[in-house]
Design a protein around this ligand. Structure first.
Ligand code: GDP
Length: 197
């Protein structure tokens, strides 16, 4: 799956601009700076496929990556950046809402959460949109290398507890670090399993 060469395929900032559904789609969402670009790069073994951005909140587009595998990865625009205007937040919510509602081949959304911080209020709004769209989503903790084991265990337990009450949440979470490779095999295996379903 990830041995093949990944490439940028399409960018869309409106529903009309979405590429036609092709194979299985898996999307990644998360607050700006959560480590989403780094994770996509680690997953696809490409150093700069997803740009690790120095201006968070800038990209308001869905970015589609594909390879010769029957899988498209979708980089959703980061949210929760303080300096973004209400109008932009609205446009973001609209875009992801439309995308999540109508995308027939979307199999799962990975919601990235910083292992140091856990779920925040801004994440709740996104989880709510996901619950309403009835798209299965799974929490991926990022930057696990930054957190000591006992704290990590606490964060995992607390996050599990929080998502247990949410209708569309997948119960298991995946703990990752793009820096030291933690959880990458598990994430790949999870994706392979989704494709096999
Ligand atoms: P994005 O805004 O969600 O795409 O986040 P980026 O991938 O651009 O990462 C934001 C910052 O977090 C950058 O400074 C990265 O180097 C750092 N970062 C990303 N992943 C990790 C990780 O697994 N461990 C650590 N320690 N830092 C990370």
């Amino acid at each position: 799956l990830f041995a093949s060469t990944w490439d940028f395929r399409h960018a869309a900032n409106t529903l009309e601009a979405l590429p036609p559904p092709d194979g299985v789609e898996i999307a990644l969402a998360g607050r700006s700076n959560v480590g989403k670009s780094s994770l996509i790069n680690a997953l696809t073994n490409r150093n700069a496929l997803a740009r690790t951005s120095h201006t968070p909140g800038r990209t308001q587009e869905l970015i589609f990556f594909s390879s010769n595998a029957p899988l498209t990865l979708v980089d959703m625009p980061g949210y929760g950046y303080a300096k973004v205007s209400d109008a932009k937040v609205k446009a973001w919510t609209r875009l992801i809402h439309d995308y999540l509602r109508g995308r027939v081949n979307l199999a799962r959304v990975f919601v990235l959460i910083d292992a140091r911080h856990g779920l925040k209020t801004t994440d709740d709004a996104v989880l709510k949109t996901l619950d309403l769209s009835a798209v299965v989503y799974q929490i991926v903790l990022t930057k696990a290398d930054e957190v000591k084991k006992p704290e990590l265990e606490r964060r995992i337990a607390e996050t599990r507890e929080k998502i247990s009450r949410r209708p569309a949440a997948f119960p298991e979470l995946i703990v990752t670090s793009s820096r030291n490779g933690t959880g990458m095999d598990e994430l790949r295996a999870t994706i392979a399993q989704i494709l096999a379903e």
